[in-house]
Design a protein around this ligand. Structure first.
Ligand SMILES: Cc1cc2nc3c(=O)[nH]c(=O)nc-3n(C[C@H](O)[C@H](O)[C@H](O)COP(=O)(O)OP(=O)(O)OC[C@H]3O[C@@H](n4cnc5c(N)ncnc54)[C@H](O)[C@@H]3O)c2cc1C
Length: 292
């Protein structure tokens, strides 16, 4: 039960929603409510105004325009999971949607709410990072686009200014030869966030010299992160057992997951991420030779 009282507002335009946010300092956007309502029930947040954005036209749309996939902020994880075209072009996102929560939660939880919630282990984190997504926000100065790697500042904190909220996520399309994947482990399937997760993308997998590797990791730092050094190491080179051993030792030397995490020790997460990376590279068919 929510003990504090609040006004429920349901604007029907971007302008109205932004105005309400700006005028009411202690207000919160409501999308699926799967994070917000739990926090309100727990008394962790006590907004005076709850601004439901689900009545705003366009926020529920999935469109393909100018070589990009555009997801409205109120698109649910169920719709992402069930969209065959998303699975074809962005398998890491589809795999993340399949790992996400359980049936009921996926039916309500939105991509915009997941981004705005800014959890280090959020399902959207690693896939959106490897795909270089842009987050489109609307606010008092109109629309602006924020590269995904600049959206999250810390757990629960984003780069959104006062009166701004997320309206869309825009992801560029990649050539058909591009491979990508997402893997996560969690303690309890369907009821828990990721203990840790990884997304990997390889452009030009068949041409070693032209290969570009992108790797993103979740739940090992304050925000989901790209592993830039590892990406440079793996790009443009043949990948064998020795390379994989380097990647695993890189995880040990360069990751500093929170020791107080309830979901896994730092040591455990580093070992798991090294193994998941190896699994993905094997599945992509780019790993030659046996481990030494
Ligand atoms: C049982 C359970 C299992 C879960 N499993 C997972 C999981 O496996 N993986 C995972 O990542 N998460 C999981 N979650 C967390 C949650 O479901 C997700 O973070 C979800 O995507 C949040 O979206 P929502 O639409 O419900 O957001 P809401 O709860 O409506 O909002 C969350 C926060 O974001 C803000 N917000 C929402 N939309 C916008 C917007 N468009 N612009 C700006 N701010 C906005 C709200 O004000 C609020 O602060 C789980 C939650 C539960 C209860």
């Amino acid at each position: 039960m929510i003990m504090s009282s609040f006004d429920y507002l349901k604007p029907s335009s971007l302008e109205e929603a932004s105005k309400l946010l700006l005028e009411n300092k202690n207000s919160r956007i409501l999308a699926g409510g799967t994070d917000l309502l739990i926090r309100m029930r727990g008394g962790e947040v006590k907004p005076e105004k709850v601004i439901d954005i689900k009545n705003i036209a366009g926020l529920h749309e999935i469109t393909w325009e100018d070589g990009r996939l555009v997801l409205g902020a109120a698109v649910t994880w169920t719709r992402i999971k069930e969209d065959a075209k998303i699975a074809e072009h962005f398998p890491a996102l589809t795999q993340a949607s399949a790992e996400f929560g359980c049936y009921d939660v996926r039916n309500r939880a939105t991509i915009g709410g997941n981004i705005a919630n800014a959890a280090p282990g959020s399902e959207c984190g690693s896939p959106l990072l490897i795909y270089n997504a842009d987050v489109i926000v609307y606010g008092p100065s109109g629309e602006r686009s924020i590269p995904i790697d600049q959206v999250w500042l810390a757990p629960g904190r984003t780069n959104l200014a006062e009166g701004e909220f997320i309206t869309k996520v825009s992801i560029p399309l990649y050539p058909a030869s591009t491979k990508s994947a997402y893997r996560r482990i969690s303690r309890v399937e369907g009821q828990d966030l990721a203990t840790c997760a990884i997304a990997v993308m390889i452009s030009n997998p068949e041409e070693i010299a032209a290969r570009e590797v992108r790797i993103a990791l979740s739940a090992v730092s304050k925000t989901p992160m790209r592993a830039a050094e590892l990406e440079s190491f793996l790009s443009g080179k043949a990948i064998d057992g020795e390379t994989i051993n380097f990647c695993k030792s890189w995880m040990h030397r360069n990751l500093y997951p929170r020791a107080s995490s309830l979901r896994g020790t730092p040591e455990y997460k580093k070992i798991v991420l090294g193994n998941l990376l190896e699994d993905i590279l094997r599945e992509f068919g780019v790993l030659a030779g046996e481990l030494i």
